[in-house]
Design a protein around this ligand. Structure first.
Ligand code: BTN
Length: 309
């Protein structure tokens, strides 16, 4: 109902919609219209109500389900969670449909890769997409690489930003991190039963207090960006990509956007570190390193540090 109501009152800028016309269009009583308007006002929507009707002024930077028309039933919005990964796992285990999304305003213990913390201050975008692909675990990387590729494309094509992907799935702007990704999956008899892709993106926040080498979309564009727009654009592209017959092209496509290849890197896993030239990424998403003694090393996970800038 809120989605339909917002759709109508935002359809013509500055127009006053009478309670009667809204109740006719929505097929509910005028009291019900008034109640929904009141609720929206309480949630931060600026809607003027006067003797002749209602006038929409401004929406808050919100991520409520009804901000995603056509997806409402698969969006699970929370004001505060420990981590969207946790809620996503619970939903997936209960059998939620493919491409359900958990999104939260705040996370009290947002999780980063390699057991790090992901600080989740107000204004950032924090969400986990639940996928149910019928694949073997070895194919998982095509999905995470497809996610980072499509997020980078959103930044480039929709916001005109020179985004690059850093192996495995970070997105950087001029060397500064704007987004990171965490993947989790569960298996049943050698098949993936769900694959959860969690993404944190600096949108309207100021992340430098937690992570010095980072940047937000607002800082880059010098204006607030509605987070629902970023999320919608990403989900639309990512879902379309996953509907393709095959994801065999993903890693090659990803390579066009990466700044990791052909440069000296250091990869740090919990216990080990490898240095060398990043020469390729194989079909499973592993980074191929040419080590100083010219031997080849395949690295499957780890933190990647670009040397020489
Ligand atoms: C990283 O770069 O280390 C990965 C960061 C992933 C953060 C996101 S925010 C949404 C989801 N929930 C979490 O707790 N983590 C991921």
């Amino acid at each position: 109902m809120k989605s339909k109501l917002l759709n109508i009152i935002t359809s013509e800028k500055g127009k006053i919609f009478s309670g009667e016309s809204l109740s006719n269009q929505l097929g509910v009583s005028r009291v019900s219209v008034w109640k929904h308007i009141k609720k929206l006002q309480e949630l931060g929507y600026e809607i003027e109500s006067g003797p002749t009707g209602y006038r929409f002024i401004k929406a808050p930077d919100s991520l409520y389900e009804w901000e995603f028309p056509g997806r409402e039933s698969r969006i699970h919005f929370f004001q505060e969670v420990v981590s969207t990964m946790h809620n996503a796992k619970e939903l997936a285990r209960k059998g939620c449909p493919d491409f359900s999304v958990v999104v939260a305003e705040r996370q009290t213990q947002g999780r980063g890769r390699l057991k790090r913390q992901w600080f989740s201050e107000a204004g950032g975008l924090y969400f986990t997409v639940i996928l149910r692909p019928d694949i073997s675990p070895s194919m998982m990387s095509s999905y995470s690489f497809a996610a980072s590729l499509n997020l980078a494309r959103v930044l480039i094509e929709e916001y005109g930003i020179d985004a690059k992907v850093k192996w495995p799935n970070d997105i950087l702007i001029e060397g500064k991190k704007i987004s990171g990704m965490l993947c989790e999956m569960e298996m049943e008899s050698d098949r993936v039963s769900f694959l959860n892709i969690g993404i944190g993106m600096n949108v309207n926040n100021h992340p430098q207090q937690f992570e010095s080498n980072s940047v937000s979309l607002k800082e880059l564009l010098k204006r607030e960006i509605p987070r629902k727009d970023v999320l919608t654009k990403f989900l639309d592209r990512f879902e379309k990509e996953l509907e393709m017959d095959s994801l065999d092209h993903i890693i090659d496509e990803w390579k066009k956007y990466t700044m990791t290849l052909n440069r000296q890197v250091k990869i740090v896993t919990g216990t080990e570190a490898y240095e060398g030239k990043a020469v390729d990424v194989d079909e499973n998403g592993a980074l191929i390193l040419e080590q100083p003694d010219l031997s080849i090393k395949k690295v499957f996970y780890g933190d990647c540090f670009h040397q020489n800038g």
